[in-house]
Design a protein around this ligand. Structure first.
Ligand SMILES: Nc1ncnc2c1ncn2[C@@H]1O[C@H](COP(=O)(O)OP(=O)(O)OP(=O)(O)O)[C@@H](O)[C@H]1O
Ligand SMILES: [Mg+2]
Length: 295
């Protein structure tokens, strides 16, 4: 068997050229996108997908051109939340057009391609090998999607990331320094602890972490039209050393609409809608300040 030191260059596989070509194709496909924003956390189930879609909607209401790439390939949520589970992918002459929501958000989600009762399987020649190669294949797939779809001219492309602090950093590495991060937590020490790990890991790389959103920062009681505490010890001093972009309460109606993929058109009239509006504003201010300072 050959060791690494026996292999000259890429061992004749042409892998370096292939990676360079894919990078160039991705950069070309994203050239018309002004801001790339990854919504991550590290912690699972804290509302990354919910906030990704509803922040995108809040930006869309402002007239911005927005798309979402659901990068959680094996746990895709966007197809259901955005109501595009039945969407058709239409190949154009050059690239594939993105399915669009009624309010004009382009969404790629594996949930439009694979039924919910099926898991995404990466085929492999040797039995049991697919697990070993899963991360590599996941990122190869992400590269294919970025290169194959028509992202066009966008103000913001949002990535809905899967859970896992380690994976959050892998996405940062893959997506490159153009991508800024928004981290989502809930007001519990368990969640903040994991998010703090993601902050620490991301701080070693070049990606800007715009801040965090505290989701489920209270419970919106519709009957009493008041926000009640949801967690036992909500603590406004989070200990996360990044800006707080805002807080969003838990609204059971929001969860219901997400489950059914029904647009929450009257969202703006609710506390959760107003909270999302404020976070969207903070997000844009933060993104624009990044752009200004990098000019
Ligand atoms: N502010 C909120 N109000 C009401 N329901 C919410 C809110 N935020 C999230 N939810 C609900 O909580 C559940 C988990 O949310 P979501 O799927 O967005 O989390 P996630 O962080 O993306 O999870 P995963 O780590 O699995 O990707 C969903 O059922 C969603 O509808
Ligand atoms: Mg999710």
């Amino acid at each position: 068997m050959k060791g690494y030191h026996d292999i000259a260059g890429d061992g004749g596989s042409g892998i370096l050229e292939q990676v360079a070509q894919q990078r160039a194709r991705i950069a070309d496909g994203l050239a018309g996108v002004r801001h790339l924003v990854a919504v991550g956390s590290g912690k699972g189930g804290v509302g990354k997908s919910t906030l990704t879609f509803h922040l995108a909607s809040a930006l869309r209401v402002r007239g911005l051109r927005v798309a979402i790439l659901d990068a959680d390939f094996n746990g895709p949520s966007q197809a259901r939340i955005a109501g595009i589970r039945e969407a058709l992918f239409v190949p154009g002459s050059h690239k594939v057009a993105l399915p669009r929501t009624g309010n004009g958000i382009g969404v790629f989600s594996m949930g439009s391609l694979i039924p919910e009762r099926e898991a995404l399987a990466f085929e492999s020649t040797a039995h049991g090998e697919s697990h070993t190669w899963r991360a590599t294949r996941e990122f190869a797939l992400l590269g294919e999607i970025l290169g194959a779809f028509e992202w066009g001219t966008l103000d913001v492309l949002m990535f809905d990331l899967p859970p896992g602090a380690e994976r959050t950093v892998q996405y940062a590495d893959f997506l490159g320094s153009r991508t800024s991060f928004v981290l989502v937590t809930v007001p519990s020490e368990v969640s903040r602890g994991v998010v703090a790990r993601s902050v620490a890991a991301l701080s070693k790389g070049p990606n800007r972490v715009l801040g965090y959103v505290e989701n489920m920062s209270g419970y919106y009681c519709r009957d009493c039209d008041a926000i009640k505490p949801l967690f036992v010890s909500p603590d406004s001093a989070s200990g996360l050393e990044i800006p707080r972009l805002g807080t969003v309460p838990f609204d059971p109606e929001l969860a219901r609409r997400c489950d059914q993929g029904i647009p929450f058109t009257e969202l703006a009239e609710t506390p959760v809608g107003r909270a999302l509006e404020r976070v969207a504003q903070q997000l844009m201010d933060s993104l624009e300040s990044t752009t200004e300072s990098s000019r």
